[in-house]
Design a protein around this ligand. Structure first.
Ligand code: HEC
Length: 165
């Protein structure tokens, strides 16, 4: 009987812990799953927006980085994921002319799949806001309309930065 009780308690703990772990996971944005591990992706470029005082790192998964470094980006190959990570810009405390990353704003991603995303020009568009990575759900059209000036560049603003080989 005692063993039974212990087993029951163990079972309860396992179920409870699983529930907790599920709560901690980050939900989809526009039905697109969170691209786990992007924090370790490689760099494609950087940008600084003076109109809203923010700095950005443009990162890519392996497929995107390979395409970027070899110049095969119009169109970007299926499977590419581009990430843009945004921080407010602040002045470096020890150097007046230097800009440093301040508050984290959001991480947003373009997922290339020319067969799946025929309605949104070959890309899945998704964003996660703040350090809590709250999924953005206001619709891909918000993204698409602002990216229209670069529709002839496969909807991508960034020109990959040059790296010494
Ligand atoms: C207000 C206009 C605007 C909106 C809205 C917008 N973007 Fe962008 N996006 C830009 C600009 C400008 C750049 C290039 C400069 C930079 O890096 O910020 C860019 C760059 C990007 C990049 C890096 C690749 C590239 O195109 O250079 C990604 C990824 C991205 N946006 C995703 C999104 C997603 C996803 C959404 C919607 C959730 C979105 N954007 C909404 C203006 C916008």
């Amino acid at each position: 009987m005692k063993v039974y009780r212990k087993l029951l308690l163990l079972l309860f703990l396992v179920v409870a812990f699983n529930g907790y772990a599920a709560d901690k996971s980050i939900g989809p944005s526009h039905g697109i799953a969170y691209p786990e591990g992007w924090q370790n992706w490689k760099m494609i470029g950087v940008s600084h927006r003076t109109d809203n005082n923010s700095i950005r790192a443009i990162l890519g998964n392996d497929i995107a980085v390979k395409a970027a470094r070899s110049g095969a980006t119009n169109p970007w190959p299926d499977g590419s994921i581009l990430g843009k990570i945004v921080w407010k810009d602040i002045q470096h405390e020890h150097w007046q002319g230097a800009t440093a990353p301040g508050e984290f704003v959001h991480a947003e991603f373009m997922f290339k799949d020319s067969k799946k995303y025929t309605e949104s020009y070959g890309w899945g568009w998704a964003r996660w806001v703040g350090l809590d990575q709250e999924p953005f759900q206001q619709g891909m059209q918000v993204c698409i309309s602002c990216h229209t000036p670069v529709k002839d560049r496969d909807w991508v603003f960034t020109t990959p930065a040059k790296f010494p080989e």
